[in-house]
Design a protein around this ligand. Structure first.
Ligand SMILES: NC(=O)c1ccc[n+]([C@@H]2O[C@H](COP(=O)([O-])OP(=O)(O)OC[C@H]3O[C@@H](n4cnc5c(N)ncnc54)[C@H](OP(=O)(O)O)[C@@H]3O)[C@@H](O)[C@H]2O)c1
Length: 329
């Protein structure tokens, strides 16, 4: 199968590329810079120059592919709020759906349980399932229209599929999410800050390799217009902070702050990381697709990092990703 992907140089996309090649597929990918083109070429992916919203390049690539994968929604948080970012993402999704109309070919687009953050925030005990309409946080509101277009496109003869992972961990880690934010806190302050344990919830995670397996299974067996949650491990956020503290050589010490203090020293998302219960069920993916995740959980992966990693080079900020590629769990 010839697969066209967007976001294949990223944390999740690059692991999916490995699995696509291992399964015997050929892969081409959108490259928005010369650096991205070189990175894709180096791993055997044919680069196609363009960026989100370049509907001609993206439409042509989608038409000539057997399957399309989208791992970029145009940026995380602030950049998703940049003028035009949501429109560029929306026009990308529309042009892929148009290109595949009537072909029955699969188009998988990544989402995330964070897209249901509003539901979780309003109902702390809720375990999310795919039939619950998402209430995205304000910085993802612009992604609601493309999400709906994906779901409604099943009747257009496109096998449109959404995979919504929990927070992703494993290998050298990405730069998105609560684990990365705890490492950033340690790097910036030489300490791990948290809310007191009694005020902390829990978050559902998935290992990047298990997620990549889920993406390939969805391509093969996913049903048109369906969402599949990908979660494997639910971890209390205070325990996660203690585990990162041990990796950082702080012996599990966590300094508890008030919500206002935490936001001031550790950024506006930090209190939310600790307060929210972001729980989701992956029963559907396991039953309908035969997904069998087998990677170690978050706490075990963090334990394996103790005493053997340079904390400047794991769960990196974007600028640190090149260095982080030398680290493997
Ligand atoms: N990581 C997580 O914990 C997590 C959890 C749930 C959902 N997700 C979602 O999964 C997706 C991928 O996450 P990730 O961690 O793999 O992110 P990532 O490492 O930042 O990768 C993003 C990818 O998208 C590409 N990209 C970004 N903007 C683009 C644009 N305007 N045009 C073309 N390509 C563009 C990047 O290419 P360059 O090489 O050019 O930068 C890179 O290949 C995101 O939508 C994220 O919200 C992630």
């Amino acid at each position: 199968m010839k697969v066209f992907g967007i976001g294949l140089t990223g944390y999740i996309g690059s692991v999916v590329v490995e699995k696509l090649h291992a399964a015997g597929h050929s892969v081409c990918g959108l490259a928005r810079s010369e650096t991205a083109a070189q990175e894709l070429t180096a791993v055997g992916v044919e680069p196609i120059r363009g960026t989100l919203g370049d509907v001609q390049a993206i439409g042509n690539a989608a038409r000539t592919a057997d399957a399309v994968l989208g791992f970029s929604t145009g940026g995380f948080l602030t950049s998703a709020m940049a003028p035009g970012a949501a429109d560029r993402y929306g026009s990308t999704v529309s042009c892929i759906l148009d290109a595949l109309e009537g072909s029955g070919k699969p188009y998988m687009q990544i989402s995330g349980t964070g897209f249901w953050f509003g539901n979780a925030w309003a109902s702390p005990g809720l375990v999310l399932t795919e039939d619950i309409p998402p209430q995205p946080p304000y910085f993802y509101a612009g992604l609601l229209a493309p999400h709906d277009a994906m779901l409604k496109s099943a009747h257009r003869g496109v096998r449109s599929l959404i995979v919504a992972p929990g927070q992703v961990y494993g290998r050298d880690g990405g730069y998105i999410g609560p684990v990365a934010r705890r490492f950033d806190c340690a790097r910036k302050h030489g300490a791990i800050y948290a809310l007191p344990p009694g005020q902390c919830g829990a978050i559902a995670y998935v290992h990047v390799d298990d997620l990549a397996d889920l993406v390939l299974l969805t391509l093969d067996h996913g049903k048109a217009g369906e969402i599949y949650f990908g979660t494997t491990d639910t971890v209390p956020s205070f325990e996660l902070a203690q585990a990162v503290s041990r990796v950082c050589g702080f012996s599990g010490r966590v300094d508890c702050l008030s919500e206002q203090q935490l936001a001031a020293v550790d950024g506006p998302f930090s209190p939310g990381d600790f307060k929210v219960n972001l729980l989701a069920s992956s029963v559907k993916a396991r039953q309908a697709l035969g997904w069998k995740p087998f990677q170690p959980g978050v706490l075990e992966c963090l334990r394996q990092m103790e005493g053997r990693v340079d904390i400047a080079s794991v769960y990196p900020e974007k600028k640190r990703q090149a260095m982080a590629r030398t680290v493997r769990l």
